[in-house]
Ligand binder design. Structure first.
Ligand code: ZN
Length: 308
C-alpha cells in the first residue's frame, strides 16, 4: 500500500482522461489511515481511476470515503458505481445535493437536455447511491479521516449544493468549480457557469470565504493545484463579473439569442489573445462550452428580474 509519506501531504492528483483528453477532469485521493477520494469524476472514467489507483497499489475497495464538492456528473457521477464495488464507503455531500445521488433521474434528465445522445458517451452510467451510505453536510462541519482533518464550508455560486473542503494537513482547498477553469502552466482563469443555479451574489461571498480561508493550494477539478491563490481568485472574480455583465447587457439590448451568444464567445476568445496559438487551442479544447456558461448566466439574470 502506498503511504502518505511517499507523497507530499499524501495528496494524489489523478487525471480521469475524460474523453481521452488530459487536464480536463481531475480527481484527488487523500492517502492515510482512511483513504478518501475527492470528486471521483464521471461514471465513464471510473476504469481510468481504478488504473490510476492501481499504480499506487490501491483498489476501490481500499477507499473509506467519497468526498464531494458538488453533485454535477463530471465530479460525482462515478459515486454509485464505487458503492456497487465497495458498499462500505461513506459519501459526504451537501444536504442540498444528497437526494439527487439517491435518485439521479432528475440530474441525468437535465444532463440529457444539454447533451442529447452524447450523454452516455460523455458521462457513462450514473447509478443511484444507497441512502445509508450518505452523510449530509451544510458547511461548518469537521471530518476526521484518521489523522487527517477536513473542514467543510458552504460554497454556493456555481451550484447551490457546493461545498469547499479544506485539508488541515496540506493546506489544500478542494474548490470544485467555484474558482473556474485553469490549465497547468497557464496564468489564466475562465468561468464555468452552467445552468441551473448560478448565483452571483452568493458566489462573490464564496470567493471572499476562500480568500479569508487563505489556503496554501487551490485544488481545481478543471484542472490541478495552484498556489498563487490571491492572483487566481482575484483574476477569476473579475472575469466572472465581466462575463455576467456582458450577458446582462445582451439581454437588454434587443439582440437575437444567437447574437448574444456570439458576443460572449467573442469576448471569451479575446480573453485568450495573450496566449500563444498552442495554448489557445488547448484552452478551447479543454474548457467547457461558452454556450453553456451563457445559458447559466441568462437563467441567473432572468431569476433576478422576476419579482420575489
Ligand atoms: Zn459543476
Amino acid at each position: 500500500m502506498y503511504t502518505s509519506s511517499d507523497y507530499p501531504y499524501g495528496v494524489l492528483t489523478l487525471d480521469t482522461h475524460h474523453m481521452g483528453r488530459t487536464h480536463v477532469v481531475a480527481s484527488y485521493v487523500l492517502l492515510g489511515d482512511e483513504p478518501a477520494i475527492v470528486d471521483p469524476g464521471p461514471a465513464s472514467t471510473l476504469p481510468r481511476i481504478e488504473a490510476a489507483l492501481a499504480q499506487h497499489d490501491m483498489r476501490l475497495a481500499d477507499l473509506k470515503h467519497v468526498i464531494l464538492t458538488h453533485i454535477h456528473l463530471d465530479h460525482a457521477g462515478a459515486t454509485g458505481l464505487i458503492l456497487e464495488q465497495n458498499p462500505t464507503v461513506q459519501v459526504h455531500v451537501h444536504a442540498k445535493g444528497a437526494a439527487h445521488l439517491v435518485d439521479p433521474s432528475r440530474l441525468v434528465n437535465s444532463a440529457a437536455q444539454l447533451w442529447g445522445d452524447q450523454l452516455e458517451i460523455l458521462w457513462g452510467r450514473t447509478v443511484p447511491v444507497p441512502q445509508k451510505a450518505i452523510t449530509t453536510l451544510t458547511g461548518g462541519e469537521r471530518l476526521n479521516l484518521g489523522k487527517r482533518r477536513l473542514r467543510a464550508y458552504d460554497a454556493p455560486g456555481h451550484a447551490k449544493h457546493h461545498l469547499v473542503w479544506y485539508d488541515e494537513v496540506s493546506g489544500a482547498a478542494f474548490v470544485g468549480d467555484n474558482v473556474g477553469v485553469r490549465l497547468p502552466l497557464l496564468r489564466f482563469t475562465r468561468p464555468a457557469t452552467p445552468p441551473p443555479d448560478v448565483d452571483l451574489e452568493a458566489w462573490m461571498s464564496t470567493l471572499d470565504m476562500i480568500l479569508a480561508l487563505a489556503p496554501r493550494w487551490l485544488m481545481l477539478t478543471h484542472f490541478g493545484a495552484y498556489n498563487d491563490v490571491q492572483y487566481h481568485v482575484t483574476d477569476f472574480r473579475e472575469r466572472l463579473q465581466r462575463w455576467a455583465t456582458l450577458v446582462r447587457e445582451g439581454l437588454t439590448n434587443g439582440r437575437s439569442e444567437e447574437a448574444q451568444r456570439d458576443a460572449l464567445d467573442a469576448h471569451a476568445t479575446a480573453e485568450l489573445a495573450h496566449l500563444d496559438e498552442d495554448e489557445r487551442a488547448t484552452v478551447l479544447q479543454q474548457s467547457g462550452a461558452v454556450e453553456l456558461s451563457w445559458r447559466g448566466l441568462v437563467r441567473y439574470w432572468q431569476k433576478q428580474a422576476k419579482p420575489a
